[in-house]
Design a protein around this ligand. Sequence first.
Ligand code: SAM
Length: 391
Amino acid sequence: MNIKERRSILVTCGPGLRGYLQAELEELGFEIVGSHPGSVLIRGSFIDCMKLNYCLRTAYCVLYLLREFRCGSTGALYKQIGNVPWENIIDPKSYVCVLSKVDTWTVNNTMYPNLKVKDAIVDRINRKTGSRPDSGPDRNSIVVNLFWKNDRAWIYLNTSGVKLSDRNYRKMPHKAPLRESLAAGMIMATGYDGSQDLVLPMCGSGTLAIEAALMAMNKPAGGLRSNYCFKHVKVFDDGLWREIRNNVNKTIRKGRPPKRIIATDIDEQAIDAARQNAKTAGVEHLIEFDVCDFVKTDIPEGNGIIVMNPEYGLRLGELEPLEKEYKRIGDFLKQKCASYTAYILTGNKELSVKIGLKASRRMVFYNGNIECRLLKYELYKGKKPAKKPEQ
Ligand SMILES: C[S@@+](CC[C@H](N)C(=O)[O-])C[C@H]1O[C@@H](n2cnc3c(N)ncnc32)[C@H](O)[C@@H]1O
């Protein structure tokens, strides 16, 4: 495999994050070739894939296209996959995991094409080298993705494996933590760039604060992760990987961001976890932690940003106390946060009404499989300023 060869790269992401992923890819200089609900298509080399794995905040996996073909049967699938020179990509001593997404009239059992792909790969390597790699569900070594739609199939080398949202800093999850890629997308949605004060009451295990601090310093999201699937491919070059990281690391901002990041929670254990996670991520010194009820959070003068992720209770009996909590959030924003822009993530519309403020934007995000809204509130001192008449 020629690591400089430009091919299609499919970058996958969680639902609701595609727009943010697209913005990240454009910022890194890639032209968007296409997009689907959970993925964005660009073109680039295997070397580009390594850099993308290191940098992207909102992505799940970076997939490098090996072959695209017409496919009308599982027999054709086995034959086409067997034509890929796997012996140049995969060491016979390594381990292979196959992931399949199949939507074709040809088969009604998605496990069968998965098995056919795995067989075609290991049979080819066995034919060419005399030994066959192990296979199974573990995503820590070689991962291959099959997409088969109607009569077309695509086989990708998954250069990430375990989702990139597993950054490796959250050693202490606490309760209901946000996935790191979702937290990054939410921070992007606020327009935060380190030049504003950022206040995060109800911070839980600190995911929003840590992602914001990483962004403020322009630190790559993959800084803590040591394993990626591209490292298990035969052509992997450790020197080149070090060079890619060194080049990206040159753009890390040194020192502290000009403004404050404040993270608070009423639960001492949550703050312990958040502090420990921030320490692991190397950003503890950038965040001011405090244990307090959210209304007691220190709000710096000026026009900063507040982001909150209160609980939104899914079971009966949980809603009544939460209604009071959401009303308290509204009062807090009105009384203590004038001239700030506030963002509340909630998965419950009835509760959001209790905030008693009019949202100027409602952005859709998914927390796991729960559809949520990130509600934006522009807060003013006294009366809302009248819009300037147009010239
Ligand atoms: C849904 S969790 C936040 C999870 C967080 N975004 C994360 O990624 O870990 C809600 C948090 O609000 C905190 N909380 C609940 N009531 C509070 C209050 N009155 N004041 C401050 N924090 C509160 C809880 O302790 C919990 O950590």
